[in-house]
Design a protein around this ligand. Structure first.
Ligand code: NAP
Length: 306
């Protein structure tokens, strides 16, 4: 497995997004996914305090068990965990970190990320609190999520002994809206990118087909009708089918195209694909080997332009 760096951290190019843990999948299924990930050379696990109603962190910590040192644990704070618990005020950052450490059953968080901007708290204050956690040894590196370039610029200019090393924003072949803005800011400030929804919740795996019911038990099958119809729209299938034909013509799968295209973007740190089953993790871990040429990338640009 190829590795990249986020500040002082070495992370696998394919990571596991853990938002299914404790929600759509239970402790046994989480264990199977984590075991398969470690076996495939995946080291980065991205979770958040709010995932699975706080159970994602618990199940991840349990599943890693004595192998904790083999893993790079990324988690997040700031989303609403309970009534009055959320945001990015300094006292809360400290409290949230302690709660995540407890749930994960570890003495340090490798990458601690602010989940969403909090406009009621100056970024300088949040950064100072996060930075103090690094100085105390509770956190190794800090990052942010859902930050656009103007917020990343503001954070980079704030005085703090430690600064953001990564940003986690939505990015996939089906959603390129933030691509240019995120990459440009990450190049300016030396940040790594963690793309979320990299497989567009499974749309970029080839398992959903136009005019067919979504397979039972899948994420999109479980969505409320309105959201499901939006995700499975004809317009989306127009793009998915073009991308799949392009991948097939080059001797690859749609999944390999989706993962390898992301892996080849500037500043990409790790493609944190979610998974509910061990075979998915194995397939994802093996899907970043296609080195796309500039010409191929230009063709893909044409296929995904809207
Ligand atoms: P995703 O990676 O785009 O899609 C994950 C889903 O795709 C899985 O649940 C699985 O669906 C399906 N899948 C994955 N690999 C597959 C394979 N090889 N074959 C067939 N199906 C496959 O979406 P995501 O998990 O929501 O996003 C990734 C991570 O980003 C999250 O886990 C989370 O850590 C992070 N995230 C962050 C934010 C943020 O605001 N920072 C927001 C969203 C997500 P089934 O469930 O149908 O099996």
């Amino acid at each position: 497995m190829e590795t990249r760096t986020i500040g002082s951290l070495t992370v696998s190019l394919v990571g596991v997004g853990c938002n299914n843990f404790g929600g759509r999948i239970d402790a046994d299924a989480t264990q199977a996914v984590v075991d398969a990930a470690l076996d495939a050379g995946v080291t980065l696990f991205d979770t958040a305090d709010i995932y699975g109603g706080t159970q994602s962190e618990v199940l991840l910590g349990q599943a890693l068990g004595s192998r904790r040192d083999k893993a790079v644990i990324a988690t997040k704070f700031g989303g609403p965990v309970a009534e009055g618990k959320g945001g990015a005020k300094p006292d809360y950052v400290k409290e949230a970190c302690e709660a995540s450490l407890r749930r994960l059953g570890t003495d340090r968080i490798d990458l601690y990320q602010i989940h969403f901007p909090d406009d009621s708290t100056p970024i300088e204050d949040t950064l100072a609190a996060m930075s103090a956690l690094v100085d105390e040894g509770k956190v190794r590196e800090i990052g942010c999520s859902n930050f656009d370039s103007s917020r990343l610029d503001a954070a980079a200019g704030a005085p703090a002994s430690n600064t953001f090393r990564s940003v986690q924003n939505q990015l996939s072949l089906l959603d390129r809206r933030q691509e240019a803005d995120t990459i440009a800011a990450c190049e300016r400030h030396g940040l790594g990118i963690l793309p979320y929804f990299p497989l567009a919740s499974g749309m970029l795996t080839g398992k959903y087909r136009r005019d067919a019911e979504p397979p039972a038990g899948t994420r999109l099958a479980g969505l409320p009708a309105e959201r499901r119809e939006k995700a499975l729209s004809d317009r989306t299938f127009d793009t998915v089918e073009k991308l799949e034909a392009f991948a097939t013509a080059h001797g690859h799968t749609l999944l390999e195209l989706a993962m390898s295209w992301l892996a080849g973007l500037p500043q990409m740190a790790s493609v944190i694909a979610g998974a509910t089953r061990p075979d998915q993790v194995r397939d994802n871990a093996a899907a970043v080997g296609w080195r796309l040429t500039d010409d191929e990338r230009a063709e893909i640009d044409a296929l995904t332009r809207r």
